[in-house]
Ligand binder design. Sequence first.
Ligand SMILES: [Zn+2]
Length: 174
Amino acid sequence: MLNADQMLAIAATRMRDLAAPGLSPRPRRKVAVLACMDTRIDLFPMLGLERGDAHIIRNAGGLVTDDAIRSLSASQRLLGTEEIVVLMHDGCGLHGASEDAFAQALAADGVLPTWRLGAFDDVEATLRHGLARLRSSRELRARDHIRGFVFDPETGAVREVQSVPGSESVPDSA
Ligand SMILES: [Zn+2]
């Protein structure tokens, strides 16, 4: 049985839970989260979110791409969000991947995409770059509250990355 068949069957048994009559499409907490698509990231319990609270935008890496900005622009301008959280993580599939090898594999299949894979070597520097890009994106109406976190799937820790390197607050050791 294909996953898609199973999914459709499961959804059919859960209509009562899935229905959200009257729930506004405008995020209750006025926040949008951009995160990597990694399977280990369970955003709702991690960030204390409930359905209806936030827009969730996910892509490979949690990278600030043109399309992420498109979604965030719609989130703010059409649906009223005012705050952005970007979540990347340790052990990302893009960390240490080869941009060139990926492009060559695509080229071998006759494809020359307009996008880049977005491979990176330094998760914190990449996140800082993404935050800076968001803060200078006039597609966004609200740019005062843009924060970046890195999740470590091995320990479960979530740490904030500040805009200026080296100014990270050190979490209290418990
Ligand atoms: Zn990832």
